[in-house]
Design a protein around this ligand. Structure first.
Ligand code: NAI
Ligand code: MG
Length: 479
């Protein structure tokens, strides 16, 4: 019989009020991995009440003690690296040899925010001599975190670690496509000494549990990672409640290659920029802008490099795993059809990958498009698959203009040896991150977040910790 996975509420594994379960699938071979509890508003209510009851105590724990507990959570992740990694591969399709990157990253979020927890200190404000004025950072209380399926545990940790470090309690709702590692993490955290109710996980579908979580009266802040459409829905709920949100949404990030770039270094990294995690990364550099003098040469080189990438979840890394779920697989192939219909040229890929070990999985070949026009869907919309478009430009000004011609503004890349140009272009690009002669290269302390429709607020870094707090000002009359 298929294993049943329950929710984790108030320190216990809890079956769903609905008594219903749904299947989660392994995208590498189509097998059913487990049946996951199908949550409803009743489960959200139970989880929020547990989080609310735990909030007063957790929020007043000495930050040094909170830090020690968060370090134990990090250690629990490290001690279970292999089983958590395997769970992530089975549920979402990350290649076996890449598991450790996302799992180790998850542990690092807890280590980083454990270190920062005791540093959340306010200011004393200069004022009249008969006044004493100071500020403190206070937790919100109960924070709701809603995560997508493209790096499940990593994204859960990225938001939960700063929220918990700041003294909030958390109700986490993982994506219905990839619930397993988040539920398992909550269990491990409890075993490692996190008090009951501090971290609760409610599984299920967006409208059934995500929406009531965001709307719950006792949830005072939401951290969301996912699509623009759902981000807008959560933003609308937040507007009604006058509740702050962190929204980490999509992207259509430009990666600009100038003619003086070191092409031997650029080619593999630019390719990695849009095929890493089979393209299912919000910051993917999917619009590759190439200076016209090297456009032909670059096009040939990157297509050749794409064809060298091994495909299969068990291949030596760097390799391509499957797309994480059927919905996304269909969506990517749909975009490829739109590219054909709109007249783009497929330099390589553009179809599903077949062959030994691939036929039952959701595999798609690394894909490079050229001869694209600015209004094509593949140029304007987030594909979230292993695909990039090549766009020629003549001058630096034109590169900047094309780079910014998008509704998004999450990430960007610049490839050049000219230091002055680096700073000129970095200053003009409207995006939360600028990589220079590198890509997908993110230190845990470097903030990420979007300009324009890519989001509101910042994840990672000290900024994220502060965004899970609210500031209080105290003014005292000494006279
Ligand atoms: P989604 O944004 O609908 O899902 C993300 C999370 O939100 C999931 O946990 C989902 O259950 C929840 N959710 C869905 N509807 C909700 C609602 N009304 N209220 C509250 N929570 C809700 O993304 P989905 O459908 O999984 O993927 C659609 C597209 O979004 C992808 O094709 C991709 O283009 C983009 N995407 C972007 C991500 C990013 O990191 N920027 C991550 C995942 C998807
Ligand atoms: Mg799955």
């Amino acid at each position: 019989m298929t294993a049943q996975v329950n929710m984790f509420i108030n320190g216990k594994s809890v079956p769903p009020a609905s008594q219903l379960y749904f299947e989660t699938i392994n995208p590498a071979d189509g097998t059913v991995l487990a049946e996951v509890a199908r949550g409803t508003e009743a489960d959200i209510h139970a989880a929020v009440e547990a989080a609310d009851a735990a909030s007063e105590t957790w929020g007043s724990v000495n930050p040094m003690e909170r830090a020690r507990i968060l370090n134990r959570l990090a250690q629990a992740i490290r001690d279970n690296m292999e089983s958590l990694g395997r769970m992530e591969s089975d549920d979402m399709g990350i290649p076996y040899e890449a598991q450790h990157i996302v799992i180790e990253g998850s542990a690092e979020f807890f280590e980083y925010y454990a270190g920062l927890a005791p540093s959340l200190q306010g200011d004393t404000i200069p004022a009249d001599q008969d006044k004493f004025v100071y500020t403190t950072y206070e937790p919100y209380g109960v924070v709701g975190i809603i995560t997508p399926w493209n790096a499940p545990l990593n994204q859960a940790a990225r938001s939960a670690a700063p929220a918990l470090a700041a003294g909030n309690t958390v109700v986490l709702k993982p994506s219905e496509y990839t619930s397993l590692s988040t539920v398992e993490f909550a269990r491990l955290a409890s075993e490692a000494g996190l008090p009951d109710g501090v971290l609760n996980v409610v599984t299920g579908f967006g409208p059934d549990v995500g929406a009531p979580l965001a709307a719950h009266r006792k949830v005072s802040k939401v951290g969301f990672t996912g699509s623009v459409r759902t981000g807008q829905a959560i933003g609308a709920i937040a507007a009604e409640k006058v509740m702050p949100v962190t929204l980490e949404l999509g992207g259509k990030s430009p990666n600009i290659v100038f003619e003086d770039a070191d092409l031997a270094a650029a080619i593999p990294m630019v390719l990695f920029g849009f095929i890493a995690n089979s393209g299912q990364i919000c910051s993917s550099g999917t619009r590759v802008l190439v200076q016209r003098s090297i456009y032909e040469e670059f096009s040939k080189m990157i297509a050749a490099a794409a064809e060298q990438i091994p495909i299969g979840i068990d291949k030596p890394f760097p390799c391509l795993g499957p797309i994480a779920n059927q919905m996304q697989y269909d969506k990517v192939l749909n975009y490829f059809q739109s590219a054909r219909d709109e007249g783009a040229t497929i330099l390589t890929g553009g179809e599903k990958a077949t062959g030994e070990g691939l036929d039952d999985g959701l595999y798609i070949r690394p894909t490079v498009f050229t001869d694209v026009a600015r209004d094509m869907r593949i140029v304007r919309e987030e594909i979230f698959g292993p695909a990039g478009v090549l766009i020629p430009f003549d001058t630096e000004e034109e590169a900047i203009e094309i780079a910014n011609d998008t509704d998004y503004g999450l990430c960007s890349g610049i490839w050049t040896r000219d230091v002055s140009r680096v700073h000129r272009v970095a200053r003009k690009i409207k995006a939360g991150t600028v990589y220079v002669n590198t890509y997908h290269d993110h230190s845990v302390g470097a903030p990420v977040g979007g300009y324009k429709k890519s989001g509101i607020g910042r994840e990672r870094g000290i900024q994220a910790l502060r965004q899970y707090t609210q500031m209080k000002n105290v003014t005292m009359n000494l006279a």
